[in-house]
Design a protein. Structure first.
Length: 202
């Protein structure tokens, strides 16, 4: 199959005007160049390019997407941030899948085909939903003081990194005392507001 487009990004992302991409029956790109004639599906006035890679995303942060009323550590600081309470509550009620579906659809529509995702909870659900929507997901489950039963673990705790005896691959982040103020504990009204805003955008 040959695909023609007004612009094709090829090689080191050089722009080929009036370009063509040839794809074999297995879906592998076997040729890229300037259109010189012949049969090709004309995609029109578009840019045909490789899919995008999102190298760091916390997809469950979408639950607090429009919060701008709190200090950043009050929103996302572990363990007292509003995000951790809101996400834990969402997962406990099994309401996180629709949020993940919305984020996965949006990322795919923007051209993302691969993502390195950090999940506070429910890493397997994150992986499954993103793959369902055509995004190859490499997911790291955050470890909150211990290692979850998941192959990729990111340590997100103020304690020293625990040793893994289960064979989990651990991407450990060290912790040092912060000079900024201690985040306050999220209140029930903070959680209600985060969930209300999320449901209004769903």
């Amino acid at each position: 199959m040959r695909l023609r487009a007004k612009y094709v990004l090829a090689g080191e992302l050089e722009v080929v005007e009036d370009g063509v991409v040839e794809v074999d029956d297995a879906g592998v790109v076997v040729g890229v160049g300037r259109y010189t004639g012949g049969v090709a599906a004309d995609l029109g006035n578009v840019v045909l390019m490789p899919q995008l890679v999102n190298g760091h995303v916390h997809v469950l942060d979408a639950v607090i997407a429009d919060r701008d009323d709190l200090y950043i550590d009050d929103l996302v600081g572990w363990p007292h941030g509003v995000k951790y309470h809101a996400v834990k509550n969402l997962v406990a009620k099994k309401k996180h899948i629709s949020l993940l579906e919305k984020v996965a659809r949006r990322m795919r529509s923007y051209g993302t085909g691969c993502a390195l995702i950090y999940a506070e909870y429910a890493a397997r659900d994150v992986e499954e939903v993103f793959r369902k929507h055509g995004v190859e997901a490499v997911v790291f489950q955050e470890a909150h003081g211990g290692f979850p039963d998941y192959p990729n673990v990111q340590v997100a705790s103020p304690w020293t990194t625990p040793r893994s005896t289960s064979g989990n691959s651990a991407s450990a982040t060290s912790w040092s005392p912060r000079t900024c103020r201690r985040p306050r504990t999220a209140t029930s009204s903070d959680l209600e507001l985060a969930l209300k805003r999320w449901t209004q955008t769903s």
